[in-house]
Design a protein around this ligand. Structure first.
Ligand code: KG4
Ligand code: ZN
Length: 350
């Protein structure tokens, strides 16, 4: 008999319907249905389209995850679901499904924070997270530097982006370069053929003055504007846009700032573990530069598939909450589209 908690996790905060089953820190099943192709022609995620796609995908995705894990609903010890932050309608589809399942099977329900789940997913790869740790969370909607004393209860923001999220900057620049949505993976791929030193794009919030006021914060809107201006000037002069060089130089500017601030935070706080999480942590240059710079640190980066949105991260956080003996959420936990990063679990009204 295995007495580690068996937890089903449901993720629907954006365009991915993710359902996974985890036992302790072992991933048993991980199923993702994505509506990304339905959003492609709009150049961004359309909330109503995402909600409808979640509704259609929800039951089959849950069934498939249970089948893959060779368990039934009755075997589960708990159900975890993303309660926020994210798109309100999309979140509600996942939360309603989880509430229904928990009620029908008479199992505890944990409404969890999507951002904390991006950090917790590392448990499935390297085991429980050492405490304290610094986490660099880089996704389409968020970019934060966090101090994690306990992924189930104590996450403290050290800094965040003042404007665009890192993934958002990738997606916007990709659009300028005529690449499909979401642009991050396309920039990553094309940058390999470019020269990262070709164009000296600005590194936001790294001046001596910013180091005082915004030491752990980020800003990517100035970089985005610099890319726009550079492309406009190139067109004006009648030159062909060197897409690979622009992609590589832009990516280098983002990754340079992210890794230098994350590593510096570890060294200043005397913290030895650095965790990367969120969709942008799938970026190959970010992974390589973090490894170069994090000398002497315990650097933890989940495989790319676990960095982008999925149900495994939600199940991983759920199983950590159960293992820590945290109380479940109330049955009608609901969703909060702007749940702050420090609130790991939503308890809901009793
Ligand atoms: O965490 P995630 O899947 O969804 C949110 O919670 O936002 O992150 C999605 C973001 C998108 O902006 C996407 O372009 C970016 O992650 N992304 C990447 C890569 N893969 C995904 N950015 C850069 N390089 C990649 N390889
Ligand atoms: Zn995410």
């Amino acid at each position: 008999m295995n007495d580690e908690p068996l937890v089903l996790g449901i993720e629907t905060s954006c365009d991915e319907t993710g359902v996974a089953v985890v036992r302790g820190t072992t991933l048993l099943a991980d199923v993702i249905a994505s509506s990304v192709t339905e959003h492609e022609r709009f150049g961004g995620v359309v909330p109503e389209v995402a909600s409808r796609a979640h509704l259609e995908a929800m039951s089959p995705t849950i069934d498939r995850a249970l089948r893959d894990a060779r368990v039934t609903v009755r075997d589960l010890d708990a159900i975890a679901v993303t309660s926020g932050p994210g798109l309100a309608g999309a979140l509600l589809v996942g939360v309603s499904a989880a509430e229904g399942l928990a009620l029908a099977a008479d199992r505890p329900l944990f409404g969890v924070n999507h951002l904390a789940a991006h950090v917790a997913v590392g448990r499935l790869v390297d085991g429980d997270l050492p405490s304290p740790a610094i986490a660099l969370l880089v996704s389409g909607g968020h970019t934060s530097l966090l101090r994690v004393d306990d992924v189930t209860a104590e996450i403290t923001p050290l800094g965040a982006t003042l404007d665009d999220a890192a993934g958002e900057a990738f997606d916007k620049v990709a659009r300028l370069l005529g690449l499909p949505f979401p642009g991050g993976p396309h920039i990553d791929r094309i940058a390999v053929e470019g020269d990262a030193g070709a164009i000296a794009f600005p590194r936001g919030l790294t001046s001596a003055r910013d180091d005082e006021k915004h030491r752990h914060d980020f800003s990517f809107s100035g970089l985005k504007t610099a890319v726009v201006r550079w492309i406009e000037a190139c067109r004006r002069d009648g030159h062909e846009i060197p897409v690979a060089d622009v992609a590589a130089s832009f990516q280098e500017a983002v990754v340079d700032v992210l890794t230098s601030k994350a590593v510096r935070a570890c060294r200043e706080e005397g913290i030895e573990t650095l965790i990367l999480g969120g969709g942008v942590a799938a970026n190959s240059r970010l992974r390589a530069m973090a490894a170069e710079r994090a000398t002497g640190l315990d650097l933890r980066i989940p495989p790319a598939r676990l960095c982008t949105d999925n149900g495994a991260m939600v199940a991983a956080l759920g199983s950590a909450l159960v293992a820590q003996g945290r109380p479940p959420s109330n049955p009608g936990v609901g969703a909060d589209s702007s749940l702050p990063v420090g609130t790991v679990q939503m308890l809901g009204l009793s």
